[in-house]
Ligand binder design. Structure first.
Ligand code: ATP
Ligand code: MG
Length: 298
């Protein structure tokens, strides 16, 4: 069963006390691997008896689990609480279909109360490594806890970078809000480049991508540093959007030069391999850094 859909159903089945307790628990993720009942009681403000009652109810719904010395949150708890908070703010009304599964996230369409579609990105850090660990049967509670806080951190980072980029009118999605490990973004129409089979104007599109990288570099001083055919959306009008920003680096920061070179190499070699058009990486680099005014594509 789809965990996000399950989380959506759970949001309507929780009592106020259960939500209070769950929220209290999320404030303790960074402090405790396993959250002691005393901390839950203190943070939620619930009398100990009510607290135990809520804990038990949450445990039955698989939103808390026993862990040595206390209770641990799960990814399902974070999903449920994030959805609840977005719904309470009237930011989203309904969850639509899954629109993308990345290495470290699940992205869904969500509808606002007025019916306009948005993109809802749930960070899932450690998903791949967690599978590794499961295979080796050596994972412990600390893993779960660590990945939950890292997922929250990544969401916080992407939300703040997108918020910063918003001021420059650049081809990136606008971030509408964040709760915990989940960000709500403007829905950008278009197909990710890796799904595009053929292009009659591949050269022009490569140029559009390079010019987007240049604009972001020159206006905002940022480099995506994870750019590939998975993180570029192409609209039917052949405009481009660059997505997936949590790992972006500032121009001039350590590693920023190799990062932009790698981004360009990824994109240019993808176009070369798939569409037979390319550009010289060093020339593209000078173009994106504003050292020259144009770049030859062919
Ligand atoms: N704002 C958006 N508008 C439309 N679609 C989006 C948006 N954000 C993400 N998507 C879709 O969801 C997919 C995954 O998103 P994103 O690249 O941000 O996640 P990711 O998990 O970081 O991916 P990666 O595998 O590169 O780490 C994208 O390829 C795209 O299809
Ligand atoms: Mg991606």
């Amino acid at each position: 069963v789809d965990p996000v859909r399950l989380a959506g159903e759970l949001t309507s089945k929780l009592s106020d006390e259960e939500f209070k307790l769950l929220s209290a628990a999320t404030t303790q993720i960074r402090r405790f691997e396993s959250i002691p009942i005393e901390a839950l009681a203190l943070r939620s403000g619930l009398p100990r008896e009510r607290c135990l009652h809520a804990v038990e109810a949450l445990r039955k719904k698989r939103l808390l689990r026993f862990s040595p010395g206390g209770y641990a949150l799960t990814m399902l708890s974070l999903d449920t609480l994030a959805l609840h908070l977005f719904a309470r703010e009237r930011m989203i009304q309904r969850i639509g279909p899954s629109i993308g599964v990345g290495k470290e996230s699940d992205v869904y369409e969500a509808l606002t109360p007025t019916g306009s579609p948005c993109a809802l990105k749930f960070f899932r850090l450690g998903r791949t490594s967690f599978r590794e660990l499961l295979r080796k049967r050596s994972y412990g509670v600390s893993q779960g806890h660590k990945w939950l806080s890292m997922s929250i951190q990544s969401a916080r980072r992407e939300a703040s970078l997108l918020g910063y980029l918003e001021g420059f009118n650049l081809p990136v999605p606008k971030c509408l809000g964040r709760h915990l490990h989940t960000i709500l973004m403007e829905m950008k129409l278009g197909l990710p480049l890796y799904k595009v089979k053929s292009l009659d104007d591949a050269g022009q599109i490569l140029l559009n991508v390079l010019s987007a990288i240049r604009e972001i570099y020159l206006k905002a001083g940022l480099i995506n540093s994870d750019l590939s055919e998975y993180n570029i959306l192409i609209t039917p009008q052949h405009e481009v959007t660059l997505i997936d920003w949590p790992q972006a680096v500032k121009v001039g920061e350590g590693g920023s030069e190799p990062a932009i070179r790698r981004d360009l190499l990824n994109i240019i070699s993808h176009f070369k391999r798939k569409f037979g058009v390319g550009a010289d990486v060093s020339e593209a680099l000078r173009y994106c850094k504003g050292e020259i005014e144009g770049v030859r594509v062919g």
